[in-house]
Design a protein. Structure first.
Length: 611
C-alpha cells in the first residue's frame, strides 16, 4: 500500500491556490462524510473469525443501488465499472443475496444496508435457527434427541448471517438525510440513460472499518500479551465480550461471604440483558431481550410487597438475575455458575433450588399472557415435574398484565400502576432512556449515559457495563429498594451512619438524583438501599486461559481505529479516483467541472493513487 498523502496534499494546495478558495473550506467540501454509520465488526472464537472489515485504507466502489435479486448480475458480471459498493434496502438483506455477493467478492467493494424506519413484515433474524447450539442446555450429553434444536427450532427466522465472514465492509445506515444524498448521487450519476452504461464521473463510496484482530481468539489474545509484555504503549487487538451480571434477592444475602451454604435454598429467576445483531451498536432487541427483562423487572416489583411482609414471605428466597452476554454462548450465566462452583459467589450451587428463565415474552399493554417454557428433561423426574407444576410462584397472575376477574377498584388501581410501570419500562428501553423517571433514579455522574434513542442491547466488552446493565442496575434498585434517611456521605460510603460496619455486607446504597424541585433546576436527591449487586460476566475460558475450549464462550471482539464512510465522484475508470498530481490546467478544469456538478450538494474526492 503506498499512499502518497504528501503529494496529494500539495496538489490539493495548488488547486486551492488556483481556484482562490481557502483550503479549509475546500477540504470540508471534498467529500460528503456519512454522519451515522453502523458497521459490522469482526468477532473471534476459539476457531474462527466472523463479521466484516475493510482494508487498512478503506474500500472504494462505485455505488450501485440493488433493485432486486435479478439485478445482482450487473454487480457480479455485466457492470462496466467494478468494484461496486452495493446499496441494499433492508428487504434485500437476505442470506441468498449476501452469499452471492460474498462469492463475487472481487467485484464487490462493500455493502450498505438501509435500516428501515419500521419493522419488516415477516421479521428478520441474522442469528442462527438454533442459537448457542453447542453450549446451551440441550447438548448431546444432556439429551441427544433435543440437541441441535431437533425438537424446537428456537429461532425459525434465523438466517445465520451473523456467523458468516465477509472480506469486505458492510455498514448499516439509518434511512435519513445520508441515504437521501446517496440515492440522489446514484440517480444523478450512476444510472445509464435508456439502458446504456452510465458515464463518468460516477458516484462512489469509501468505507473504513479495518479490524486489528485476525484468525481466532487464541491468536489475538497472544498478540495482546506480546503487546503487554514488550510495548511501552501496548495496542490491544481484541477484548473478551462480556460485562456485568446484575442480581438482587428478596431477602438480603451477605455478599462478602462467598460460597455460603446455609440451609437456605433459593429460586433463581433470570432474564438476559443482551441480544445479537448483525451490526455493532444496533441491537434494538425489542422482542428478544427487552421483553424478558422488562417482565422480570415487573415481576420483581410486583413481588416486592409480598416478599417484604413477614406473613406473606415465600419460604424460598427469590434471586432475580440479569445475565450479560448470553447470546455469545452464555457468558454471564456460565460465569455465575463457575463462580458458585469456585466459592466466588454469595451463593453456592447447593443453595439453588430451581431456576426459572424468562425468555421472550409477548408484552402488550393489555390482555397479554406470559408463556412459560419448562425443561422437558428435568420434568421426566416426577418429583421435579410436580414441583414445577405447583409453580412456586403462586403470584404468576401478577405477571399477567390483564385484569384478573374479581379485583376491587383499589386492587385494579394498583394493577393500573403496575401496568403503567411496564409501559414506562417499555418506553425507557425501546424509545429513549433519557426520560424523567430514569433521570430521577440514577446518580448524577451517569446523566450522560441516558440517551434519546432505543437501548443498544449489544454485549459490552472487558467489564464495561453495557447500556442495559447500567439501566437495570438502577431500575432494579428503584423497584425493589427502599428510600432511607441517610446522608449523602454515608450513602456513598455504603453505611447508614458513621458507626455502621455491617450493612454494606447485606445491602448496597446509591445516592440518586431524585425529582426536580418545583420551579427549580435543583433536584431532591436521596439515598436508596437495596440488595442489588453486580457480578462479573466474563467467560471462565479467559480465567482458565483455555482459549480453545468448547465448554465456555471464547468470543472476543476485534478493536479498530476508524469507522467511517464518505461519498464522492470518481473521474474515470483508469484513474479510479480523481487524482490531481500537478497543478496543470486540466486539473483546474476538472476541478471546476466537478464542482459544477456538485451544485453545493456534494463534492469530489481528491485522492492519492494506491498502486
Ligand atoms: C430428532 O428427533 C427425532 C424424534 O423427535 C428422532 O427420531 C431423531 O433421531 C432425532 N435426531 C437426532 C440427530 O437426534
Ligand atoms: C466458532 O464460530 C464458528 C462460526 O459460528 C463456528 O462454526 C464454530 O463452531 C465456533 N467454534 C467453537 C469452538 O465454538
Ligand atoms: C435533513 O434534511 C432536511 C431538509 O433538507 C433538514 O431540514 C434537516 O435539518 C436535515 N437533518 C439533519 C439531521 O441533517
Ligand atoms: C452531516 O452532518 C452535517 C452537520 O450536521 C451536515 O452539514 C451534513 O449535511 C450531514 N450529511 C448528510 C449526508 O446528511
Ligand atoms: C430515452 O428514450 C426515450 C424514448 O425512447 C426518448 O424519448 C428519450 O429522448 C431518450 N433519452 C435520451 C437521453 O436519449
Ligand atoms: C458477612 O460476612 C462477612 C465475611 O464472612 C462477615 O465479616 C460479616 O460479619 C457478615 N455480616 C453479616 C451481617 O452477616
Ligand atoms: C404495596 O405496598 C405499598 C406500600 O406499603 C402500598 O401502597 C401498595 O398498595 C402495595 N401494593 C400492592 C399491590 O399490594
Ligand atoms: C412454608 O414453610 C412452612 C413451615 O416450614 C410450611 O408450613 C408451609 O407449608 C410452607 N409453604 C410452602 C408454600 O411450601
Ligand atoms: C428426582 O429429583 C429428586 C430431587 O432433585 C432426586 O432426589 C431424585 O433422585 C431424582 N430421581 C431420579 C429418578 O432421578
Ligand atoms: C423510585 O422512583 C420514583 C420516581 O422517581 C420515586 O418516587 C421513588 O421514591 C423511587 N423509589 C426508590 C426506592 O428509589
Ligand atoms: C432524617 O434524619 C435526620 C437526622 O437523623 C432527622 O433530623 C430527620 O428528621 C430525618 N428525616 C426524616 C424525614 O425522617
Ligand atoms: C412556580 O411558578 C409559577 C409561575 O411562575 C407560580 O405560579 C407557582 O406558584 C410556583 N410554584 C412554586 C411551588 O413556587
Amino acid at each position: 500500500m503506498d499512499l502518497l498523502p504528501n503529494k496529494w496534499i500539495s496538489s490539493l494546495f495548488i488547486c486551492c491556490f488556483i481556484t482562490g478558495l481557502s483550503c479549509n473550506s475546500v477540504e470540508k467540501k471534498i467529500y460528503v462524510k456519512l454522519n451515522y454509520t453502523v458497521p459490522c465488526v469482526r468477532l473471534l472464537n476459539a476457531t474462527h473469525q466472523i463479521g466484516c472489515q475493510s482494508s487498512l485504507s478503506g474500500d472504494v466502489g462505485v455505488l450501485h443501488v440493488l433493485e432486486s435479486e435479478d439485478n445482482l448480475d450487473w454487480v457480479l458480471n455485466t457492470g462496466h465499472s467494478p468494484p461496486y459498493m452495493v446499496i441494499l434496502e433492508a428487504e434485500l438483506f437476505t442470506r441468498s443475496i449476501m452469499l452471492k455477493l460474498k462469492s463475487g467478492a472481487r467485484r464487490v467493494a462493500g455493502v450498505v444496508v438501509i435500516e428501515p424506519n419500521t419493522n419488516l413484515p415477516g421479521g428478520f433474524s441474522p442469528h442462527t435457527t438454533c442459537p448457542n447450539e453447542n453450549t446451551g442446555v440441550y447438548t448431546d450429553k444432556y439429551d441427544p434427541a433435543l440437541a441441535h434444536c431437533n425438537h424446537t427450532l428456537w429461532n425459525p427466522l434465523g438466517n445465520g448471517l451473523s456467523y458468516e465472514e465477509f472480506d469486505f465492509p458492510i455498514f448499516s445506515l439509518k434511512d435519513d438525510n445520508d441515504t437521501q444524498v446517496i440515492r440522489q448521487c446514484y440517480l444523478d450519476h450512476n444510472r445509464g440513460v435508456n439502458g446504456s452504461a452510465p458515464e463518468y464521473p460516477l458516484c462512489a463510496m469509501q468505507l473504513f472499518s479495518h479490524m486489528s484482530a485476525v484468525t481466532d481468539t487464541p491468536t489475538c489474545i497472544r498478540r495482546n500479551k506480546i503487546q503487554n509484555d514488550f510495548s511501552i504503549s501496548p495496542e490491544m487487538v481484541c477484548d473478551p465480550l462480556g460485562g456485568s451480571n446484575i442480581w438482587t434477592s428478596t431477602r438480603p444475602i451477605n455478599n462478602t461471604q462467598k460460597g455460603h451454604k446455609m440451609f437456605e435454598s433459593v429460586v433463581i429467576a433470570a432474564a438476559r440483558l443482551d441480544s445479537r445483531s448483525f451490526f455493532f451498536d444496533l441491537a434494538p432487541g425489542a422482542q428478544s431481550s427487552a421483553s424478558g427483562l422488562i417482565a422480570l423487572l415487573a415481576a420483581a416489583q410486583a413481588l416486592k410487597n409480598i416478599t417484604e411482609t413477614e406473613e406473606t414471605q415465600p419460604n424460598k428466597t427469590i434471586v432475580f438475575t440479569f445475565f450479560e452476554g448470553e447470546t455469545f454462548d452464555y457468558i454471564g450465566s456460565s460465569k455465575m455458575v463457575y463462580d458458585m462452583e469456585n466459592e466466588q459467589f454469595a451463593l453456592d450451587l447447593d443453595n439453588v433450588h430451581s431456576v426459572l428463565e424468562v425468555g421472550q415474552v409477548g408484552i402488550r399493554p393489555s390482555n397479554s399472557a406470559i408463556w412459560f417454557h419448562s425443561d422437558p428433561v428435568s420434568q421426566r423426574n416426577d418429583s421435579v415435574k410436580a414441583e414445577i407444576l405447583r409453580s412456586m410462584f403462586d403470584n404468576t397472575e401478577n405477571l399477567n398484565m390483564s385484569y384478573p376477574p374479581g379485583l376491587t377498584p383499589e386492587q385494579q388501581l394498583s394493577f393500573v400502576t403496575e401496568t403503567a410501570a411496564v409501559a414506562q419500562l417499555l418506553y425507557g428501553f425501546l424509545v429513549k432512556s433519557n426520560n424523567s423517571w430514569f433521570q430521577q433514579i440514577i446518580p448524577s455522574d451517569f446523566v450522560r449515559s441516558l440517551v434519546d434513542r432505543p437501548t443498544n442491547f449489544y454485549t459490552g466488552v472487558h467489564m464495561q457495563k453495557s447500556e442495559p446493565s447500567f439501566l437495570v442496575e438502577y431500575i432494579l434498585a428503584n423497584l425493589t429498594g427502599t428510600v432511607v434517611n441517610v446522608t449523602q456521605e454515608n450513602c456513598k460510603n455504603q453505611r447508614e451512619n458513621a458507626d455502621d460496619k455491617e450493612s454494606k455486607h447485606l445491602y448496597s446504597y446509591i445516592w440518586v438524583q431524585g425529582a426536580l424541585a418545583p420551579n427549580s433546576t435543583k433536584r431532591d436527591s436521596f439515598c436508596v438501599r437495596s440488595s442489588v449487586r453486580l457480578s462479573p460476566a466474563i467467560s471462565p475460558a479467559f480465567d482458565l486461559e483455555q482459549l480453545t475450549t468448547s465448554d465456555y464462550s471464547t468470543w472476543t471482539e476485534s478493536r479498530w481505529k476508524k469507522i467511517t464512510g464518505r461519498i464522492f465522484l470518481v473521474a474515470s475508470h483508469d484513474l479510479e479516483m480523481l487524482t490531481l498530481e500537478s497543478a496543470s490546467p486540466s486539473c483546474s478544469r476538472l476541478f471546476f467541472y466537478l464542482r459544477d456538478q456538485l451544485k453545493g450538494r456534494y463534492s469530489v474526492l481528491l485522492r492519492e493513487r494506491t498502486h
